[in-house]
Design a protein around this ligand. Structure first.
Ligand SMILES: Cc1ncc(COP(=O)(O)O)c(C=O)c1O
Length: 346
């Protein structure tokens, strides 16, 4: 598939730069010029890239973000507020950007309790979501979460349709899923794809998308939160990453790895959770000494985060390194997760 932004960057001629950025090197890192389009009102390569991305993601409109999923979370909540929402139901383990956006936008939070199992937060039960949504005007869930678990998306879609309330998804960890039924975009009214986390895009590259009547509201909302100096290398990498082919061989290798190494059973091949319990720091140091760096150690698990660009031989190398350590039992009463969550008092 054509890469509109990267092709434009490659096709540039030499020119004298009497424009920003101040490094004055015309090349990949350029600003919005007559030929490079304008993200605020796109009509050229950026519009073409956003159209392709929307088509791939099954959206009516998709918007490139160079400020991470955070800007997408703010934009979705702004759009919901513009449509009349005053209170938003969110699970307790939502990312801080959700609470921060609600705080800035004056939206009240309806916190849906989450329990823990095997040392990780469980997605809220449907009954808890129903209860939470009764007291709110919109629902924002994280799918998948950092640990590779999903809420019951089809049932939640039906619930939100019945209640006539918008369903928003923070998919910061789910942009690799657009090929399959667990993809947020198959269910949500608005959703964020944290493209830089699980697809081969540069850090901060993300997309926020919408369907139906939400597309126009979201188009207005992103204008409030996007930078007016978007990075072309990041935008080009997002378009490239969304068009990156599925890697089914690696998906299968990851599932086999999880079974073979006694990892936590989850539903997302990009997140391998190896239980190390109290020995975590020791295992982490030993892995780092071999040049192997996981995403995090949360006190119970090491999370190894894959993407379609992970090489099969690197997964093999990880397996060999882990073979030197026995997996540890997880204590149910150990503190849950080292991931940041929003605290109203922080
Ligand atoms: C669940 C979740 N949502 C949103 C974000 C924010 O994403 P970004 O860092 O791309 O702004 C993160 C970042 O870790 C996250 O884990």
């Amino acid at each position: 598939m054509k890469l509109h932004i990267a092709d434009m960057l490659r096709g540039q001629g030499q020119h004298l730069s009497f424009h920003t950025p101040g490094h004055k090197r015309a090349g990949g890192d350029i600003t919005e010029l007559s030929y490079s389009d304008n993200l605020y009102a796109p009509h050229g390569v950026l519009a073409a890239a956003e159209r392709d991305i929307a088509e791939i993601l099954g959206a009516d409109a998709s918007f490139l973000l160079t400020d991470g999923s955070t800007a997408g979370v703010y934009s979705m909540l702004f759009a919901a507020r513009e449509a009349g929402a005053k209170r938003v139901a969110v699970p307790a383990f939502s990312h801080p950007s959700v609470g921060h956006a609600c705080h800035v936008l004056g939206l009240a939070l309806e916190i849906i309790p989450q329990t823990a199992r095997f040392g990780v937060p469980e997605q809220p039960a449907l009954s808890a979501l129903e209860e939470g949504l009764k007291r709110a005007d919109a629902l924002l869930l994280t799918s998948p979460d950092y640990y590779g678990f999903f809420p019951p998306l089809a049932q939640i879609r039906a619930l939100c349709t019945r209640e006539k309330k918008p369903f928003l998804v923070d998919g910061a960890h789910g942009s690799h899923l657009h090929f399959c039924d667990l993809y947020a975009g198959k269910y949500a009214d608005m959703w964020v794809d944290g493209v830089h986390k699980s697809l081969p895009a540069m850090t901060q590259g993300a997309v926020v998308s919408a369907k139906g009547e939400w597309a126009e509201r979201l188009a207005r909302a992103v204008k409030f939160f996007r930078t007016t100096s978007p990075s072309y290398p990041i935008m080009a990498s997002v378009e490239y990453a969304v068009k990156y082919p599925r890697n089914t061989a690696l998906e299968e290798a990851s599932e086999a790895f999880k079974c073979g190494h006694g990892c936590l059973k989850n539903a997302d091949w990009t997140k391998i959770l190896y239980p190390v319990g109290k020995r975590g720091d020791e295992v982490l140091r030993a892995l780092e000494a071999q040049g192997i760096y996981p995403e995090f150690f949360d006190g119970n698990y090491l999370l190894f985060y894959l993407s379609p660009a992970t090489r099969g031989e690197d997964l093999d190398r990880l397996g060999e390194a882990l073979a030197a350590f026995s997996r540890a039992e997880i204590s149910e009463d150990a503190p849950v997760g080292a991931i940041p969550i929003y605290r109203e008092d922080a």
